[in-house]
Design a protein. Structure first.
Length: 316
């Protein structure tokens, strides 16, 4: 009986699970394998034998946990960045150690690091730290292409009159820096879906006024709660202000004290109306206390006086 050997030339299906080995109706099964040992499947079909390894050097953080990533700069020069316990080591593509610097990332945080390599830097993120940028003081050195035209050295240019350069080299890649990323617009947090609402209470402002003499003796003599009806005029620079006297019980958010003969706390008055017409008549609409009679409620609603507010009306 003739011996038959099947030659497998297509492994583009890659690795497959044991669960679908019997699914002959799936075309991919025919060009896949259960295990690749020392080979890598390719998209074109052939299995490529793995390359060998070469011992270069021992990491400065030997016998410790580490995470490494490749960084390729604009000139296709590759670097190996190795993260250890609060250290970062930078190697070139020949395995030579270029620089070692400190980092905030501990052993327990290395697995949670995320990277994005750009043309000139490696961007690093971790949930516990501000995003960082790892970069080197790299300088690109180029040589302008020239030609000798009958003894005259001419600079070569392209058809669109651009100067042609060659022999690009890299200098300064032995000095690396880890710094916070410069973010123009920082990421926003996700919209809060918890339904929790926050309310902001009316703002409070207080001014402490101190005198070298007993200027506030009359306020102290009036006693509590009568001293709350007093106002004090004070200057800040060239401007005059008016404040209503308060005492220790006025606020629960700030530490105030009762008036003394030389010191008082006041709440600044927002607006002071100066009417020079001695014959003017004013009406005070007080909605600070709840009105009970129908007529008062109608007047307050008609004038648009909000609850807990007092308005002064000048009749037209």
């Amino acid at each position: 009986m003739a011996r038959y050997s099947n030659v497998q030339t297509d492994f583009s299906g890659g690795l497959i699970s044991d669960y679908i080995l019997g699914r002959l109706d799936i075309k991919r099964v025919a060009n896949s394998a259960r295990t690749f040992k020392n080979f890598f499947p390719s998209l074109q079909g052939p299995a490529v034998y793995r390359t060998g390894f070469r011992y270069v050097d021992e990491l400065p953080i030997a016998n410790e946990k580490s995470v490494s990533i490749d960084l390729v700069v604009a000139t296709d020069k590759a670097y190996r960045i190795v993260f250890g316990n609060q250290t970062i080591s930078v190697f070139n593509n020949r395995g030579e150690l270029l620089d070692t610097l400190s980092s905030p990332y501990s052993n327990a945080e290395l697995d949670d690091l995320r990277f994005s390599s750009e043309t000139d830097a490696l961007y690093i993120t971790h949930g516990n730290y501000y995003p960082k940028k790892l970069s080197a003081d790299i300088v690109f050195v180029s040589t302008t292409l020239q030609a000798d035209n009958a003894g005259v050295i001419e600079t070569l240019e392209s058809s669109d009159l651009l100067t042609l350069n060659a022999n690009i080299q890299i200098q300064g890649d032995t000095n690396w820096t880890l710094e916070d990323m410069d973010i123009k617009v920082e990421p926003f947090l996700e919209t809060d879906q918890s339904g929790t609402k926050y309310s902001i209470s009316q703002s409070e402002r207080y001014v402490k006024i101190t005198s070298t003499g007993p200027d506030f003796a009359d306020i102290v003599t009036a006693g509590s709660p009568a001293w709350l009806d007093y106002y004090v005029e004070y200057n800040i620079g060239d401007e005059k202000f008016l404040g209503k006297v308060v005492d220790a019980a006025t606020s629960t958010n700030y530490t105030l004290v009762d008036p003394t003969s030389q010191e008082v706390f006041v709440s600044p008055v927002d607006t002071v109306l100066d009417i020079e017409d001695a014959g003017a008549q004013l009406f005070l609409l007080d909605n600070h206390e709840t009105a009970t009679d129908v007529e008062s409620i109608a007047i307050l609603n008609q004038e648009g006086v909000k609850e807990n507010e007092i308005e002064l009306v000048v009749p037209s």
